[in-house]
Design a protein around this ligand. Structure first.
Ligand SMILES: [Zn+2]
Length: 126
């Protein structure tokens, strides 16, 4: 299981695990947005007994409508990318693929998505 938290769904800032191990309610851990400008000030995930459970709870929360829309656009871009490879001749193909790859890289960076259906074809591979 990954120990990396997905970014905050409201502001895109990194999320961190907070917690305490002493006291009447210990142990308790939760994911929390670290964004100082977050509109959901002090947003916290569910409180759990271990860091691993807190990370899993934060990362399996429901997607926001914006996340669902971005995911749909990323999937559409993957499909378009495949069509471009089959049907668009060079040099236009490279330009289209760069646009798709840049947009998909942005999506992955912002969403925390790590799975890629397609291989990167960035300049570093050519
Ligand atoms: Zn936030």
């Amino acid at each position: 299981m990954s120990d990396k938290l997905k970014p905050c769904p409201f502001c895109g800032s990194d999320a961190v695990v907070q917690g305490f191990v002493k006291g009447p309610y210990a142990p308790s851990f939760w994911g929390q947005c670290s964004g100082e400008e977050c509109p959901m000030e002090m947003l916290e995930g569910p409180h759990c007994e271990t860091k691993e459970l807190a990370i899993a709870a934060w990362n399996t929360r429901a997607e926001t409508p914006w996340e669902q829309a971005a995911k749909g656009l990323a999937e559409a871009l993957e499909t378009i990318r495949g069509g471009v490879q089959l049907m668009v001749p060079e040099p236009q193909q490279s330009a289209f693929l760069k646009i798709c790859d840049d947009a998909l890289a942005t999506y992955r960076a912002l969403s925390g998505a790590t799975e890629a259906k397609t291989e990167r074809t960035g300049e570093e591979k050519r």
